[in-house]
Design a protein around this ligand. Structure first.
Ligand SMILES: NC(=O)c1ccc[n+]([C@@H]2O[C@H](COP(=O)([O-])OP(=O)(O)OC[C@H]3O[C@@H](n4cnc5c(N)ncnc54)[C@H](O)[C@@H]3O)[C@@H](O)[C@H]2O)c1
Length: 276
């Protein structure tokens, strides 16, 4: 039997690495580490292998459709892709009046459009496999259809197909907006709406799609913020601490496991109560 695989984008470091390690270990998954940084990817693969799971690094700019198609092809060659975690994301902050169009477009392309590229490429393969299985399992008519008659379509029911799962990483700021982040907040709100549409379109193939909205998480992305600003943010968090990649990874584990089989189209806030 082919090995069970999860694609995790942006898993060279930060939240993505935390997710990759957690689901590899706890859900017995092999990981396709997707990133643009060779050095961090190599280190992530080493860490996953140290857990006794298999992993490959696939360099891919998720905002590039050709890169994505190659990456997804390699992932399906590596094993049976069951889970996709769209985590790669960037910020290019500036006040709206000063923000340049290139920075608006870059953030939308990496944080939002990339998820559409990946979900489209992965779901196309999942659906093709599901259809082939349904057709193979469909009872054959005793007599062939009359000349010119349309052959009966194979019947689709979600329970025919193995459960597949998409988890997209949004942000708590999608809910409330944020100064200096017109591009980022728009991209992250778009991720939630798009995930709900994907959930509706794909449910008939037993594909669940959900989001997570992290709050303020300690990673290289937030490490570059001034200490004063970090403390100001922490003061607003009811649970009075920054989150850790592990906090997000635990929620991803839930949405990637059979414990969430009947959950699709939701967005789960993992933010220590921030912006309740
Ligand atoms: N850290 C937070 O407080 C926080 C809060 C809410 C949401 N998020 C979201 O969580 C996700 C991970 O954030 P993080 O804090 O770990 O960030 P990070 O900057 O530490 O890691 C992001 C990873 O994505 C990779 N990446 C960037 N552009 C890419 C591209 N075009 N193609 C492939 N990979 C690319 C980077 O190389 C890096 O390894 C992001 O989507 C971010 O928006 C983070």
């Amino acid at each position: 039997m082919a090995k069970k695989v999860a694609i995790v984008t942006g898993s060279g470091r930060g939240i993505g690495l935390g997710i990759a390690l957690k689901i590899a270990k706890d859900l017995d998954l092999n990981i396709v580490v997707v990133d643009i940084d060779d050095a961090t990817m190599a280190d992530a693969v080493k860490q996953i292998k140290a857990l006794g799971k298999d992993a490959i690094a696939v360099k891919c700019d998720v905002s590039n459709g050709t890169d994505v198609e190659n990456m997804v092809k390699k992932a399906f060659e590596f094993g049976d892709v069951d889970v996709v975690v769209n985590n790669a994301g960037i910020t290019r902050d500036a006040m709206m009046l000063k923000m340049e169009e290139k920075d608006f477009d870059l953030v939308i392309n990496i944080n939002l459009k990339a998820i559409w590229f990946i979900c489209k490429a992965v779901c196309a393969r999942w659906v093709a496999t599901a259809k082939a299985k349904a057709e193979a399992a469909a009872p054959k008519p005793a007599t062939p259809p009359a000349p010119g008659a349309k052959p009966e379509e194979a019947k689709f029911e979600p329970s025919f197909y193995p459960k597949k799962r998409i988890i997209n990483i949004s942000s708590i700021v999608a809910k409330v907006g944020n100064v200096g982040q017109t591009n980022y907040t728009a991209s992250k709100a778009g991720v939630i709406a798009m995930t709900k549409s994907i959930a509706k379109e794909m449910s008939r193939y037993n594909i669940n799609a959900n989001c997570i909205q992290p709050g303020f998480i300690k990673t290289p992305m937030t490490d570059k913020m001034p200490e004063k600003q970090i403390q100001r943010f922490i003061a607003e968090i009811p649970l009075a601490r920054m989150g850790l990649p592990e906090d997000i990874a635990r929620a991803v584990k839930f949405l990637a496991s059979e414990d969430s089989d009947y959950i699709t189209g939701i967005s789960l806030e993992v933010a220590g109560g921030l912006n309740m």
